[in-house]
Unconditional design. Structure first.
Length: 254
């Protein structure tokens, strides 16, 4: 009997011990109905584990409510306030609930003093380091196996900002991360990608831009959008930082 057939029989429970008679090297596992057995199936065990997201600060609570209520949300705040994590968590929640058909995640590929031109591979390989934080946040909400499956199906798409021009994103949850590294023109282009039955969350920290101060468009765009009643601009503060307490202390003096 082949090894594959043996594994199938073990998995399905159709194990015929008689076929191994005469082979002293093979023994069937003893089954004790009063004890644990690797062949037993515990139907009472909950196989699925769903992590629930709860706000850890007043600012996070405002952000989560804004994402639920508005189709366009701009989240500004220092590092560690959970802007990207909450946005992606809400995106996964909407996808799993069937409220949207896909998730589109995008961030600018801006070099922060480092050069990636020497890295081997094609354009996708060179852009991978920039998109890695998005994969990390997704894998924390879904298993990497499921993330890969959803990406293969097209239900999750991760792309740099430069690949978004000319698109219309219908029935999607769109997250624009690290928007402080986008120019005013780039942000205008990204915001106008919003289609029907879609939600867009733009996150970033205007004080941590890798562009020259006059080039970053996040601050001016947020100031102009704040005047619109159907768009929510959430400004998180140091008190909303949920990373190590030293992060808040450092940001207060740096």
């Amino acid at each position: 009997m082949t090894k594959r057939a043996m594994k199938r029989q073990l998995r399905e429970g159709a194990f015929d011990a008689g076929q191994f008679q005469g082979d002293d090297k093979i023994r069937r596992l003893p089954l004790d109905r009063n004890g644990w057995s690797p062949l037993a199936h515990n139907e009472d065990r909950e196989q699925g584990y769903v992590k629930t997201i709860k706000a850890k600060s007043p600012g996070q609570e405002i952000l989560m409510k804004a994402i639920d209520d508005k189709n366009l949300v701009v989240a500004l705040g220092p590092a560690g306030t959970g802007k990207t994590y909450l946005a992606i968590a809400k995106a996964v929640e909407s996808l799993e609930a069937g409220r949207v058909g896909r998730i589109v995640l995008s961030r600018p590929a801006v070099e922060a003093g480092e050069s990636i031109g020497f890295l081997p591979g094609d354009a996708e390989d060179k852009l991978a380091p920039y998109l890695r934080p998005l994969y990390d946040a997704l894998s924390d909400r879904l298993s990497m196996k499921r993330v890969r499956a959803l990406m293969a199906e097209g239900a999750i798409e991760i792309a740099p900002v430069g690949f978004m021009r000319g698109r219309t994103l219908n029935n999607a949850f769109v997250v624009i991360d690290e928007a402080q590294n986008c120019t005013y023109v780039q942000l205008k282009m990204l915001l106008t990608r919003l289609g029907w039955h879609s939600t867009m969350v733009v996150t970033g920290d205007p004080n941590q831009s890798d562009l020259l101060p006059e080039l970053s468009g996040l601050g001016p765009v947020a100031d102009k959008l704040e005047a619109l009643s159907n768009i929510s601009v959430v400004r998180l503060a140091d008190r909303d930082i949920v990373r190590h307490p030293l992060v808040a202390d450092m940001l207060s003096v740096l």
